[in-house]
Design a protein around this ligand. Sequence first.
Ligand code: GDP
Length: 197
Amino acid sequence: MKIKQSEFVISAVGPSQFPEDGIPEVALAGRSNVGKSSLINKMLLRKNLARTSGQPGKTQTLNYYKINGDGVLYFVDFPGYGYAKVSKTEREAWGKMIERYLRGREPLKLVLQLVDLRHPPSAEDQRMYQWLSHYEIPMAVVTTKADKVSRSQWPKHIKIIRQTLGMPGHVPLVLFSSETGQGRDELWSLIIKSAEI
Ligand code: GDP
């Protein structure tokens, strides 16, 4: 997709702040530090639209980015999970907000779950995956930081990730690197198809 323009729209604290224009939404979830901000910036060819490594996991908001002006597409950035310093109350608030969004959000077309290619998915990654499967939300797994694993090792790492998450073969997995741009075209193709844009 040709990116002509992208802008940050709102940090929504709740459904009353979600946009009401019905534009398709692609949500991004993953643990803090997985490379979510870097992926958003790479997809949108922006240096610093999404903040990288500020205060990981601290914000309990859904951040909306509008792509190519009115009527095309939103990226919706979930708060990063798995941040040790977040209290139980905050964690529960996070869960409630995400659950509400996932269950009831009509314009939601696709959730990208980001996991680090280097490591087996954590217990929280597994929970997130199960949650998405449970609600039957169209999803894909994006394995980040592919440049940090040698190509010859990619198949082994992918196999471990698919097995640990219990991903059926039909659930797409995209290898991605914000450093090299690996997977960017493939991910855009998937987004365009899923969002029907
Ligand atoms: P977030 O907390 O998920 O938004 O993660 P960030 O995008 O802030 O990235 C966390 C750290 O990983 C930063 O130091 C990034 O520079 C680094 N990082 C993110 N993506 C990649 C990648 O594809 N390759 C490499 N080598 N580093 C990455």
